[in-house]
Design a binder for this molecule. Structure first.
Ligand code: OSB
Ligand code: MG
Length: 381
């Protein structure tokens, strides 16, 4: 049994070192919900990856805050929590809200790893000690700026370059990049920016020898992706469409994709992420770990997950300094050229930036802290 004394919810506001543009918009700063569990004399952390707007998924930081405070947090405090893997059952009654669930569940796994005195990677069943890293490069103000950025990332040793794309920022860009770097591992991510009328256009990218085309069509689709995949030599990778193991099975069976991106927040936590990983592995489908512009807390969880055996393609687990001039935890150390390692004992020291001293202790309870509520107003249960 893991005795959870308190759940702290905090919202922090983090300016990005560089704006990040995708087909659904420009992000210059992130509002991030952090979960801190007090239990067994220990402190464990989870990060919610929901964005400020419901553009990547239907969740936002505000829906996650609401559901955590009113539903998931109280359920967790009432439950007998054996381990991280107990959480899906505890949260069963709440439909959806997977990013909110994941933040809590992942904090429980973090707690369990500390209690067991093993690394999170080991607890998750990880076997890889070196994780290959790729980078995701947002849409840039100009082609020249993109080329410069790619050159910098290649010089840093990153093993795969993924270009965000959208209509108007695609074929010409791929052509220019391929002309300059004929042999690099290159992929693209459309974040659902295309429709079936673009089928021939997308099929023309076969000439660029891309490792994959990520989520070209609707965010919730399998069927049209399977029609598109039949017309492509290039592998499709699904991101947004895959919410759980059953989605992964459907997509694989329908041949909607040949590669899967796993984001632990998108599938609702480590338990489901492992289930998706295993389902793909059994069917010979490689996976890689996606990113959601996380702070060091979320990124360290992604790196731990990436140590599972079927994470055979480079993940979006690049250095935190690419996104933040000042991260909230000591960023991953032992970074070799284009790779990272799961922490043996993650640096869980609570960041000063969080204003930890301002929350009051009352247990068991859910605390709110951060700028929303001033200092430590405990909600009633
Ligand atoms: O589709 O992978 C995506 C960021 C925000 C929303 C969606 C995506 C992304 C990224 C970021 O590509 C990659 C990273 O965190 O390194
Ligand atoms: Mg994606």
């Amino acid at each position: 049994m893991l005795n959870i004394d308190a759940i702290h919810m905090r919202e922090i506001n983090m300016p990005l070192a560089h704006p990040f543009e995708t087909s659904f918009g420009l992000t210059t700063a992130r509002r991030i919900l952090l979960i801190e569990l007090e239990a067994e004399g220990l402190t464990a952390w989870g990060e919610c990856v929901a964005g400020e707007h419901p553009y990547f998924s239907d969740e936002t930081i505000d829906t996650a805050w609401l559901i955590t405070e009113s539903e998931l947090g109280p359920s967790l405090l009432d439950a007998e929590v054996e381990r991280g893997g107990s959480c899906p059952n505890i949260f069963r009654q709440v439909r959806g809200h997977r990013m909110a669930k994941a933040a809590l569940e992942n904090a429980v796994w973090d707690l369990e790893a500390q209690v067991e005195r093993i690394s999170l990677a080991e607890l998750l069943g990880g076997t890889r000690s070196v994780i290959p890293c790729g980078v995701s490069i947002g849409i840039q103000p100009s082609q020249a700026q993109l080329m410069e950025k790619i050159a910098t990332e290649l010089a840093a040793g990153y093993q795969r370059i993924k270009l965000k794309c959208k209509p108007g920022w695609d074929t010409k860009i791929f052509e220019a990049v391929r002309n300059r770097w004929p042999d690099i591992t290159l992929s693209c991510d459309a974040n659902s920016a295309y429709r079936m009328k673009d089928l021939d256009h997308i099929a023309s990218w076969d000439q660029f020898n891309l490792l994959m085309i990520e989520q070209p069509l609707w965010y919730d689709d399998f069927y049209f992706h399977s029609m598109l995949q039949k017309r492509l030599k290039t592998d499709i990778c699904l991101d947004e469409s895959i919410r759980n193991r059953r989605d992964a099975l459907a997509a694989i069976d329908m041949e909607s994709c040949r590669i899967l991106n796993i984001k632990v927040g998108r599938v609702g936590g480590f338990s489901e992420a492992i289930a998706v990983h295993n389902a793909a592995e059994e069917r010979g489908i490689p996976v890689w770990c996606g990113g959601m512009l996380e702070t060091g807390i979320g990124r360290s969880h992604n790196i731990a997950l990436s140590s599972l055996p079927n994470f055979s393609l480079p993940g979006d687990v690049s250095a935190s300094s690419r996104y933040w001039s000042q991260d909230i935890i000591e960023p991953a150390r032992a970074r070799l050229r284009g790779t990272t390692r799961p922490h043996r004992s993650p640096d869980r020291s609570p960041p000063d930036a969080l204003g930890k001293g301002t929350s009051h202790r009352l247990k068991p309870s859910i605390y709110r802290s951060g700028y929303r509520s001033g200092s430590g107003v405990a909600s009633s249960r």
